[in-house]
Ligand binder design. Structure first.
Ligand code: NIG
Ligand code: FE
Length: 444
């Protein structure tokens, strides 16, 4: 990998099959077999040693462990600590040994994406560079509706093929948990198609994909002038999609060019009736009180929030709602209004960072790059950005079994070809991940 090699060459990852080195037992063949079976069940599946660990398992700081060791068994972390404190000879502890330098962090959690779509909107990018605004384009029937036309015209297989390279890119740069929203179908069959493709992508890549129902994203042409009627219809589709196991959460675009707070509440009431958590595209282009609205429903997160007021931030604090920062959209739309970062810090609202991967506002294929943008545009510290893309990203999805390196949590981790955690936010591009593990299995 060019960038890191130029900076500081890393020794190649060495693997060793430790199974061959189980101490021999002088006994009958049967006794040996019984003994080996017993040893095998106790041994860890894998043990990685020598790297610096950024566990994030501390209220502040990276939770850094130099010359660390990380072991996993049955998809769960079984040891996280100093190599020197391993409870025995490494050779006898695990079936597979990995000797490596570099850095190990929790797997990245991308808690806000629209990664399933067809086509692209590069022409809108050109239009915006000529002076058109995102709202102008949306009101003229482009924007989200242009992607709706492309998604409706794509078969399920086409949609999978179009989306898979994006998921592959996110995974290659460290993502082990990925949220994907619907919202470019806007009718029952096409919303279902999107959610089915999202689930298929998770299976295909062996990572956890969390799905969010975002039918309240834009008003489809067949409901023109009847946003309330459309919300009624979208509320009607939800129980069936939920019954098919396709929905983990419900979202809406609460905005002048999206849906009103009253319409958003109706959608959230339907989610609540099914026991589904909510999250919201809130206060991105104007302050409609979206962050407070989401918090009133105990929302997992309020996302974008560039225009959120202090009252909104305090409502988030009281409800434990995570602030999801989406610097990719801020960057691509050349926004100038920053999210209320000082207020979020002052009120100790957890801040997540996500890619918002989508064809309109954030054609961004790396969560690590989103972390970089969060530092440069929002002045997050690299530690805040890393925590935002791991611990707080997991919280924004309601997941407590990941996001830090700790015994008993999922064995989702990334082995990076850099030594210092801040380098993850420092390098632009380049692909720094050497190994991406989800549930203890290497997936990239
Ligand atoms: O998160 N703001 C609404 N939704 C997306 C953009 C979707 C699109 O333009 O296709 C966002 O920015
Ligand atoms: Fe979004």
């Amino acid at each position: 990998m060019e960038v890191a090699e130029a900076a500081e060459p890393m020794p190649a990852l060495a693997t060793a099959d430790a199974t061959a080195r189980v101490p021999a037992i002088a006994a009958t063949a049967v006794a040996v077999a019984v003994m080996e079976a017993a040893v095998a069940t106790e041994r860890w599946d894998g043990l990685l040693q020598g790297a610096t660990l950024a566990t994030l398992d501390a209220a502040n700081g990276y939770g850094q462990i130099e010359n660390g060791a990380l072991a996993w068994k049955d998809g769960v972390l079984a040891y996280v600590g100093a190599r020197a404190d391993l409870p025995g000879d490494a050779d006898t502890l695990a079936n597979e040994l990995f000797e490596c330098a570099g850095l190990v962090t929790p797997g990245l959690v991308d808690c806000h994406t629209h990664a399933v779509f067809a086509g692209n909107r590069a022409h809108e990018f050109e239009m915006r560079l000529q002076g058109a605004t995102y709202e102008d384009i949306a009101r003229a029937g482009g924007g989200i509706l242009s992607t709706v036309r492309a998604v409706r015209g794509a078969s399920e297989a086409d949609l999978f093929d179009a989306s898979a390279p994006r998921v592959a890119a996110l995974l290659r740069d460290g993502v082990t948990t990925l949220e994907i929203k619907s919202g470019y179908g806007l009718d029952f069959d096409n919303e279902r198609k999107m959610l089915r493709v999202a689930r298929q992508l998770g299976k295909h890549f062996g990572i956890d994909v969390r799905t969010t129902y975002l039918a309240a994203h834009a008003l489809p042409p067949e409901f023109s002038g009847d946003a309330d009627g459309y919300i009624d219809a979208a509320i009607g589709w939800l129980p069936r999609l939920h019954a098919e196991g396709l929905v983990d959460a419900v979202d809406a675009f609460c905005e002048g060019i999206g849906f009103s707070p009253a319409q958003t509440r109706r959608m959230f009431n339907a989610a609540r009736a099914l026991g589904l958590p909510v999250k919201l595209h809130a206060d991105q282009l104007s302050d409609l009180g979206g962050a407070a609205l989401a918090s009133g429903y105990g929302g997992l997160s309020a996302d974008h929030i560039e225009h959120t007021s202090e009252a909104g931030v305090m409502a988030m604090r009281d409800a434990g709602t995570v602030a999801v920062l989406l610097p990719g959209a801020f960057h691509v739309l050349r926004e100038t209004r920053l999210p209320p970062l000082d207020l979020l810090r002052a009120h100790a609202v957890p801040m997540a960072v996500a890619s918002d991967c989508n064809p309109g506002t954030s054609p961004l294929l790396s969560l690590r790059h989103a972390m970089q943008l969060a530092c440069t545009h929002f002045r997050l510290t690299p530690e805040e950005a890393l925590r935002g893309a791991t611990t707080h990203g997991a919280r924004a999805l309601g997941l407590q079994d990941r996001g830090v390196l700790r015994v008993g949590l999922r064995a989702d981790f990334v082995h990076w070809r850099v030594r210092q955690p801040a380098e993850l936010c420092y390098w632009l591009g380049g692909g720094l991940a050497d190994g991406v593990y989800a549930g203890g299995v290497q997936r990239a």
